[in-house]
Each structure stands twice: as structure tokens, then as C-alpha cells.
Design a protein around this ligand. Structure first.
Ligand code: FES
Ligand code: FES
Length: 199
């Protein structure tokens, strides 16, 4: 995620706000012995509703389950990949209300009531989203594990800034890693994709 106003990169932001929100959620789930404390949730499964790519899904998860695992193992929405599972690689990147998040580092509970977007929802039938097409045109993928995260980070960038400079694109994508070395192709794709409308 890239907060342009404060010039804070996604990785910087995650280190601060992301960890803080997880800590808050975990604390909320711990049995509180104080009379005024938050209500305990879990450890058994609880019902939740997630809105993903415009569709509402009702499911039951333990409070400790991440958004990524809820999508992949409960809902069979497998576009975003589980690679590091610790907020380091960006393969699990989703867009929530215009901002990118590592879905491996967000609890499913936290994502309720928000519009979650994954790579699964980008194409219209057989027609790829302009960013997906640009990745194909510029060889922005090899093994493909990092690709869904890069695609979503690029979509988030171009929805805010349709004509980024190379520096802006690099900064917006600095929370994503590719071990196959496709970064040049990814950057070309991010700079050439056109027709991305505001999400
Ligand atoms: S799998 Fe989430 S950041 Fe690597
Ligand atoms: S294409 Fe293989 S990790 Fe990026």
C-alpha cells in the first residue's frame, strides 16, 4: 500500500498499522477477565459474512483464521497465493476499498463489512482486465506465484493514478517480491496498461 500523502510505502504501513490492527483483533479475542473488557470471541468457529468481488459469502471460521485462508480453504477463491504467510512477499495482496492489504496478515473477522477484491474478479468473461493483459504482453510473469499480488497492487495504483511515473510505479509495487526476476516486465506492464477505470 502506498500512502502518497505521507510518503509511506506499503511495507512501512504494514509494519505500523497492519501489525497494530492484528494485535487489536487478537486482544479482542482473548478472554478478558476485567468487568469492562471486550467480549471474548472464540476459540470455536463464529459466523461471518465476507463480500468478495461483489458477492456475499456466509461462512464459519475460528477467529484466528486469516482472510487469505478463509478465501482459499473455505470459499475456494484461490487467486491470491499463500507464499510467505507472514507479510513479506505480497503474493496475497487484495484491494479493500481502494487500498492494498496483505490478506495473510488480516483476520477474516476484520474484513467483514468491507468490499474485498481479488484477481479472480478482474476478467470479464474471456476478456482480461487491462492490467492482466499488460502482464501477458510484457512477460510480467514466470512461475506465477507472485503475479496475482503484483496484478492487484498494479490495479490499485492505476485506479488512483492512471499515468504513474516509473518511480511512482516502483514505489507502489515495493511491497511485492518476485523470485523469478520478472520485475522489469512487471514495471513495463504497470507503465503501459491503459483503460483502468476507478474501482
Ligand atoms: S503470503 Fe502474504 S505477504 Fe506473503
Ligand atoms: S513469477 Fe515466479 S515468483 Fe514471480
Amino acid at each position: 500500500m502506498h500512502d502518497e500523502d505521507k510518503d509511506v510505502s506499503r511495507r512501512d504501513f504494514f509494519k505500523t498499522v497492519g501489525v497494530g490492527s492484528i494485535a487489536t483483533a487478537v486482544v479482542a479475542g482473548v478472554k478478558d477477565t476485567a468487568a469492562q473488557g471486550p467480549a471474548a470471541i472464540g476459540p470455536d468457529e463464529v459466523p461471518i459474512t465476507l463480500t468478495i468481488n461483489g458477492q456475499r459469502h456466509q461462512l464459519r471460521v475460528e477467529p484466528r483464521v486469516t482472510l487469505l485462508d478463509a478465501m482459499r480453504t473455505r470459499l475456494d477463491i484461490t487467486g491470491q497465493k499463500r507464499v510467505c504467510d507472514r507479510g513479506a512477499c505480497g503474493a496475497c495482496t487484495v484491494i479493500i476499498e481502494g487500498r492494498t492489504y496483505y490478506s495473510c496478515s488480516m483476520l477474516a473477522l476484520e474484513a467483514q463489512g468491507r468490499n474485498i477484491r481479488t484477481v479472480d474478479g478482474l476478467a470479464k468473461g474471456n476478456v482480461l482486465h487491462p492490467v492482466q493483459q499488460a502482464f501477458c504482453d510484457h512477460d510480467g510473469l514466470m512461475c506465477g506465484f507472485c503475479t496475482p499480488g503484483f496484478v492487484m497492487a498494479t490495479v490499485a495504483l492505476l485506479e488512483k493514478n492512471p499515468n504513474p511515473t516509473p518511480e511512482q510505479a516502483k514505489r507502489a509495487l515495493d511491497g511485492n517480491l518476485c523470485r523469478c526476476g520478472t520485475n522489469i516486465g512487471v514495471l513495463k506492464a504497470a507503465l503501459s496498461a491503459k483503460g483502468v477505470s476507478r474501482g
